[in-house]
Design a binder for this molecule. Structure first.
Ligand code: C2E
Ligand code: CA
Ligand code: CA
Length: 636
């Protein structure tokens, strides 16, 4: 219903009602006059003039009757229209009051009365604005000065200007009042309850600046706050930007599912929030990236203290859906003004420092240093070139024979990736595997090695197994067992000839999904070896978590075997434990006859190393296996 509609209908109905009343009176008079004349006609003789008069009066009466009928109909439809309008006005949420030019109510609707709990006996046509607002004051929905309030509005609308006010209704609801002057004089006040709208607007504004999951400031607000903090920085003061990246978050998400991943992010958010002081900012920039702005610091040790506090907080294990989850982070730090006073430069340097922390093996923090830029650039170009190599055939798999210490025969060969770089020559997997793991390229890369190696092993004697390295990252994608089954099917290799080498990193988390995948692989008939044993965390408890087929003793122990250190007793202990659980042991990096002899005495099952052969191209391995079929392999 338009405002003009509500404005017009009372005027029109009043004037029409007046007209109808006049016509009714006229018709009644006409009928009475005609009756009198007819009565006279029966008693007197009529002159022509009298007859004409009677005819005229009768005609007038008929005309008046017709008019009356017409206007009775108009009245009915008017009433219907009025009812309709009234319904529309009263059911339309905004309250509306139509004032005439003398600031008296012409009409007001029910929502208006309801909004302020007003009496219809007061708020009715004819009531002055002063009286109306006075009534609001009496009933508690207005607490200003009535005259001042009314005069201000009357003055403005009389100048043809609209006014807008915000006020509060009982129950703390937000009310917006807009007064719009009408051309014909008077004005329409539209009174709207904007509580929900304001709430929704506030929510939208909140969503634009806060992260939905953790309710921390998002990237937009983070930048705004940093901009403000940089501007507010006092001479002699420093400001730190910390970029915090959750280590191996993707693995938690993949292995345990998104709900647990989300839970982890929420826990990290809460802990970060608890670490910062009032006025500082903890934000979530997206995914597993968080950031902190530490303001008002005098020297970098204050930032180191904060970093220690953050590590202590987020390294606390927490329980979620039956999993005990531990988490860690890489942190990159840039300080203003030293590392830049410009927002983007500062952020870029924090990012480079983060990249440096990741490159240093994660679980650690790095302050920005000149030169990080160069290293990061080199890493990025390595990543791009690696992708290129994967699609262009620049990668190759070499194979290193593993020899049985008892009979000297080749029992298996380990597939080791090689990258023949067009300019830099051979690049070590130790250099590019971590980059591939970081970028996720390892999935594709690992799959390619697996398929290539299985296909190659089909050309070897049946008793020679193929060992393939599987990255922890690759291990946690749920499709690993499926990919392995597909590689076996495609190559026609029997499952018992495939050995997967995993590191304890796969088992570091209390990761049921990883264990389940290991069992799936075992059920396929594939053998599982624990690689690099003795490095990293090296806990014998991993041996209890999964029944491995083989333990590969890291070459660090083999190197020190001949010296008087503890290596030989450690190797002895591992060999004993393995033998008790029917696991075999392989010594890695055997380079001397002395090492071989010692390993033989210690009871180690197999050995692998330069003493016999480095990793060699596929064609050379085929040749070696053919020429030594059934006989012991001599040192290369
Ligand atoms: P790893 O699994 O421990 O592989 C053994 C490494 O020791 C190989 O280095 C091998 O060439 C080297 N090696 C063998 N015998 C000797 C020796 O007598 N003395 C010395 N000093 N070294 C010896 P490589 O080929 O450079 O590989 C390094 C690492 O890269 C591997 O360590 C493995 O962790 C990773 N890697 C290689 N290929 C792949 C792959 O296809 N997938 C995955 N995920 N990782 C791979
Ligand atoms: Ca290996
Ligand atoms: Ca190894």
């Amino acid at each position: 219903m338009s405002l003009d509609g509500s404005h017009r209908w009372p005027d029109r109905s009043d004037s029409l009602a007046d007209k109808a009343g006049l016509i009714g009176w006229f018709a009644t008079f006409g009928v009475l006059a005609m009756m009198a004349l007819v009565a006279e006609m029966t008693t007197a003789t009529w002159s022509l003039r009298e007859a004409a008069l009677v005819a005229l009066v009768a005609g007038l009466a008929v005309f008046a009757g017709l008019l009356l009928r017409r206007h009775q109909l108009t009245d009915q439809s008017l009433a219907a229209e009025r009812r309709q309008l009234s319904t529309a006005v009263n059911n339309n949420p905004p309250g509306r009051v139509l004032y005439d030019a003398t600031a008296r109510i012409v009409i007001c609707n029910q929502p208006y009365l309801d909004m302020f709990g007003l009496s219809p006996d007061v708020a009715k046509p004819g009531c002055t604005m002063q009286r109306l607002i006075g009534h609001r004051k009496e009933t508690g929905s207005f607490d200003g000065d009535v005259d001042e309030f009314c005069n201000a509005i009357i003055q403005k609308v009389s100048l043809g200007k609209a006014t807008r006010q915000l006020t509060e209704a009982p129950g703390g609801r937000a009310i917006e009042i807009i007064n719009r002057p009408l051309k014909a004089g008077g004005w329409v006040a539209t009174i709207e309850d904007i509580t929900e709208r304001t709430r929704a607007e506030r929510k939208i504004a909140h969503l634009a600046h806060y992260d939905g999951l953790t309710d921390l400031p998002n990237r937009v607000l983070f930048r705004e706050r940093l901009e403000q903090a940089l501007e507010a920085m006092q001479p002699g003061e420093q400001l730190a930007v910390l970029y915090i990246d959750i280590d191996e978050f993707k693995s938690v998400n993949d292995a345990l599912g998104h709900p647990i991943g989300d839970e982890l992010l929420k826990v990290v958010a809460t802990r970060l929030r608890d670490c910062i002081k009032a006025g500082d900012v903890a934000a979530r920039l997206g995914g597993d990236e968080f950031a902190v702005i530490q303001t008002g610091i005098k020297n970098r040790s204050e930032t180191t203290e904060l970093v220690d506090e953050i590590y202590a907080a987020i390294r606390q294990p927490f329980e979620c859906a039956g999993h005990l989850i531990t988490t860690d982070a890489s942190i990159g730090i840039a300080l203003a003004p030293g590392d830049g006073t410009d927002l983007d430069q500062l952020l870029q340097n924090a990012d480079l420092a983060l990249y440096g922390a990741k490159g240093d093996g994660r679980r650690t923090h790095r302050f920005f240093e000149a030169g990080m830029d160069e290293r990061a650039r080199a890493r990025r170009s390595l990543e791009l070139e690696l992708r290129q190599a994967l699609s262009d055939g620049g990668l190759e798999v070499y194979y290193q024979p593993v020899i049985n210490l008892r009979d000297g025969k080749v029992s298996s060969c380990e597939a080791l990736l090689r990258w023949r770089h067009p300019e830099r020559g051979m690049i070590s997997p130790a250099e590019f595997i971590p980059v591939a793991e970081e970028t996720g390229l390892i999935d594709q890369l690992g799959l390619w090695v697996l398929n290539t190696a299985c296909a190659e092993a089909r050309h070897w004697p049946d008793h020679v197994r193929i060992a393939v390295n599987v990255s922890p990252v690759q291990f946690r994608t749920r499709t690993l067992a499926l990919n392995v089954a597909a590689a076996l099917a495609a190559s026609g290799l029997s499952a018992g000839r495939l050995e997967l080498e995993i590191t304890e990193a796969v088992l570091i988390r209390d990761d049921e999904a990883a264990l389940a995948a290991l069992h799936q692989l075992r059920n396929l008939g594939v053998r599982i070896a624990l690689d690099d044993f003795g490095t990293g965390y090296s806990s014998l408890s991993y041996l209890q978590r999964f029944p491995f087929d083989k333990i590969k003793i890291d070459r660090a122990f083999i190197r020190d075997l001949a010296s008087s250190g503890a290596s030989s007793s450690i190797v002895q202990a591992v060999v004993n434990i393995a033998a008790a659980s029917e696991m075999t042991t392989t010594a890695e990096g055997v380079e001397t006859e002395q090492q071989r002899n010692l390993l033989y005495i210690l009871g180690c099952t197999e050995m692998q190393g330069y003493l016999f052969s480095p990793a060699i191209p596929a064609a050379d391995v085929r040749h070696l296996l053919l020429s030594h079929r059934g006989s012991a392999v001599s040192a290369a």
